[in-house]
Ligand binder design. Structure first.
Ligand code: FES
Length: 124
């Protein structure tokens, strides 16, 4: 059902955990299943220097979040904002159709984290 890359990111998720000194935090819940994803980012020179995630979600959501953190790390905020949920699913090599909605959290949560960061620096 899942390809090897999805299974790898599910079983060995990258950048999982909480970040206490995050510059931006984005949270989103999946309208289809109610699962939740939280993304934490550390920003330096307009670039994502570090990123972590926590999810209360299924294996596909864990794999999507994990690969998104690898895709986003080192990117400028504009480059990271251009990442779409479809990019995430494609980078995983695809998900079963019934689980495609699970990849909808990752890029959206990242966009919320970037918006949170920008909102904070505008109000300092
Ligand atoms: Fe909820 Fe996959 S079933 S994110």
């Amino acid at each position: 059902m899942y390809n090897e890359k999805v299974m790898d990111h599910f079983q060995n998720p990258r950048n999982v955990g909480k970040m206490d000194d995050a510059d931006g935090v984005g949270e989103i819940s999946n309208t289809t299943c109610g699962d939740i994803l939280k993304i934490f980012i550390k920003v330096e020179d307009d670039t994502i220097k570090d990123i972590k995630f926590l999810t209360f979600g299924c294996g596909a959501a864990i794999a999507s979040s994990s690969i998104l953190t690898e895709m986003a790390k080192g990117k400028t905020l504009s480059e990271a904002l251009a990442l779409t949920n479809m990019d995430v699913a494609a980078e995983l090599g695809g998900l079963p159709p019934a689980k495609l909605h699970c990849s909808n959290l990752a890029a959206d949560a990242l966009q919320n984290a970037i918006a949170d960061y920008r909102n904070k620096i505008e109000h300092v």
